[in-house]
Design a protein around this ligand. Structure first.
Ligand SMILES: Cc1cc2nc3c(=O)[nH]c(=O)nc-3n(C[C@H](O)[C@H](O)[C@H](O)COP(=O)(O)OP(=O)(O)OC[C@H]3O[C@@H](n4cnc5c(N)ncnc54)[C@H](O)[C@@H]3O)c2cc1C
Length: 257
């Protein structure tokens, strides 16, 4: 089975993020594989192990994204592709990313493409569905279970705390939701092997794409951090007095009742 995983290098949102000149400052920031993409990689490896075939991880990014690709190879992916846009593009959006990925995939005869449900930085959840639309294949988002039997596929997807069962067929793109599996940590032998696995680097030229073909359709006007939260206040005294004071504060200070 020919399996591809879309992997995004993202900021670690558990770490402190600062904004300089309207952009998230890269200095001092930690970078990781988008956590939802780890579920996608794990699922791809499990599907390959059950059905034979090959797992290729793809990212669009700069040279620095090689680290995240090597991590995916150390987890067990077979090959990696870095589509380096650093020299060609100043601005990108979801259209740009999807168009480049679809252009790469269009003649690859992918049976299964896995992406994350959402990137924890950009957070649009658009890239997976857009790639499937451009390739003209079926897609199912936010999946928590995947069963493949020949070309038939049975999926359970998360729908706001409930679940939906869907039957579809390959070729297919799915986006991974938390709970799909438990992503493995790269083992030491896995890390050693990953150093020798193939990592292909491509530029727009190699995909016969001009900058105009992938020009962003949207423009980010401003990026800002959420406002600092004011310190909380703990009420003291007997419970009936606290309730009275709380109601009073909600009326006079918070003005919500
Ligand atoms: C090199 C680079 C330059 C950028 N420059 C700009 C800029 O100038 N202005 C701006 O506003 N934004 C910029 N971006 C951000 C970019 O527009 C979005 O991050 C991107 O379109 C994905 O949207 P999202 O983060 O909402 O992902 P989502 O759609 O939420 O991601 C869902 C899934 O799609 C896949 N995916 C997403 N992005 C990638 C990727 N890069 N490679 C492989 N798979 C992916 C992953 O599986 C991910 O889990 C840049 C991104 C990159 C990589």
């Amino acid at each position: 089975m020919n399996i591809y995983v879309l992997v995004k290098r993202t900021f670690d949102t558990e770490e402190k993020i600062t904004i300089t000149n309207g952009k998230i400052a890269e200095d001092g920031a930690e970078f990781i594989i988008n956590p939802y993409d780890e579920y996608a990689i794990e699922e791809a490896i499990q599907v390959r192990d059950a059905n034979d075939g090959e797992v290729t991880v793809i990212t669009i990014g700069g040279e620095d994204a090689e680290k995240q690709l090597r991590t995916a190879l150390a987890m067990g992916a077979d090959k990696a592709v870095l589509i380096n846009t650093e020299d060609d593009l100043d601005e990108m959006d979801e259209f740009t990313s999807a168009k480049i990925i679809a252009e790469y995939l269009k003649d690859k005869e992918a049976d299964l493409i896995l992406a994350g449900n959402v990137a924890i930085d950009g957070g649009s959840g658009q890239v997976g569905p857009r790639v499937a639309e451009l390739l003209g294949i079926n897609y199912v988002t936010t999946i928590t279970n995947l069963e493949i039997d020949g070309t038939s596929v049975k999926i359970i997807r998360d729908v706001e705390g409930d679940s939906e069962t869907i039957e579809t067929s390959l070729p297919l793109l799915v986006t991974a939701q938390q709970g799909l599996n438990e992503p493995r940590y790269p083992s030491l032998p896995g890390i050693m092997k990953a150093k020798k696995k193939p990592l292909e680097e491509l530029e727009l030229d190699d995909l016969d794409l001009e900058e105009d073909d992938v020009e962003a359709k949207t423009e980010t006007i401003e990026i800002y951090l959420p406002p600092q939260k004011a310190a909380g206040r703990v009420l003291e005294g007997d419970i009936p007095d606290q309730v009275k004071e709380l109601v009073n504060l909600l009326k006079t200070e918070a003005k919500v009742i």
